[in-house]
Design a protein around this ligand. Structure first.
Ligand code: NAD
Length: 307
């Protein structure tokens, strides 16, 4: 079996070494195509491979058609819109992502953004502390749980809302209080950390009413998706309430307007950087290799996204 790592933007050497070890220990062959500059190189490289690991590389219908032996594609990372799922499914090719591998990176950024904002964006002036404040976690998945645990370690009172986790023990194990509604969550949260996925139900769902219900001096922290924000609603709430703050890892469509109107009360990272750590990149590569070996040897499809 031949496994190809095709990365226009290569993994760190540490990740490649780790991937090689996992693949060769399993008795398979590793091929590398790094920093390729045209599609032709990729089409040629995939011709005889059984499995493919990519990062943001485009796995189009053309690439899939050229890969006659391909059985599995793993996107090392969370998003997989760079892979043509329909073309893969039509050929019975399994597509996976590597969820959770960058969760700690995102969680650390969320906490860092809270501290940054509560200390006047590291400019002179009297700030406030996180200890003793209530941290609300909206969606208690991979990232939300890590933010919750780290918030507890900082002495915060942590509450969470996730309607899809029925088992209260998940929250209890972290010493986190589960609240019954999204309205209650925002009403009590001095810091609200957003971790909902962008779905038909969540898109545009965070806006005026929820922000207006937050306690005095509250901060909304977004490391999720910009689509979940009702941007006009945020502008209205922040205009009416001069104590509210908004900090985001995903610049809003109207970020320039937010910056101009609200100055130091808003902040967006220069470029989405939640997952941008050396550790997250290595973790995702190793997870991709492990998932491929587990699929080829044992048929494990746990992380398949085109079921
Ligand atoms: P996850 O799938 O582990 O968890 C998502 C959670 O959301 C689940 O527990 C689910 O039950 C819950 N949920 C779904 N719909 C909900 C709703 N309507 N209300 C409340 N909860 C709901 O995902 P994750 O890995 O924790 O990632 C969370 C978000 O972070 C995703 O939207 C992802 O796009 C984003 N993310 C951002 C970066 C970044 O670089 N900033 C990196 C990775 C992930």
């Amino acid at each position: 079996m031949k496994i190809l790592v095709a990365t226009e933007k290569p993994f760190a050497k540490k990740a490649v070494d780790g991937i090689r070890k996992i693949v060769e220990d399993a008795g398979y062959e590793l091929a590398l195509l790094e920093k390729y500059t045209d599609k032709g190189q990729l089409l040629e490289a995939v011709a005889d491979v059984d499995a493919l690991i990519v990062r943001s590389d485009k796995v189009t219908a053309e690439v899939i058609a050229a890969a006659k032996n391909l059985k599995i594609v793993v996107r090392a990372g969370a998003g997989y819109d760079n892979v043509d799922l329909a073309a893969a499914s039509a050929r019975g090719i399994v597509v996976m992502n590597t969820p959770g591998q960058n969760s700690n990176a995102v969680a650390e950024l969320a906490l860092a953004m809270m501290i940054f904002m509560s200390r006047n964006r590291f400019t002179p002036g009297t700030g406030t502390e996180l200890q003793g404040k209530t941290l609300g976690i909206h969606a208690y998945g991979n990232v939300g749980r890590l933010v919750g645990r780290k918030g507890k370690a900082l002495g915060m009172n942590v509450v969470a809302y996730d309607p899809f986790i029925a088992d209260g023990a998940v929250f209890e194990a972290d010493g986190v209080k589960k609240v019954a509604s999204v309205e209650e969550l925002y009403r009590v949260s001095d810091f609200l950390s957003l971790h909902i996925p962008a779905t038909a139900q969540t898109k545009g769902s965070i806006g005026y009413d929820l922000m207006m219900s937050m306690p005095k001096g509250a901060t909304l922290v977004n490391t999720a998706r910009k689509e979940v924000i009702d941007e006009e609603g945020v502008v209205r709430a922040m205009t009416e309430r001069e104590d509210l703050k908004y900090i985001t890892d995903i610049a809003a469509g109207n970020q320039a307007e937010l910056d101009e109107k609200f100055g130091k009360r808003v902040f967006a990272t220069a470029k989405k950087m939640g997952a941008e750590t050396a550790e997250a990149n290595v973790n995702a590569g190793l997870a991709a290799a492990n998932q491929i070996v587990d699929f080829l040897k044992n048929g494990n499809t746990r992380f398949q996204v085109n079921k």
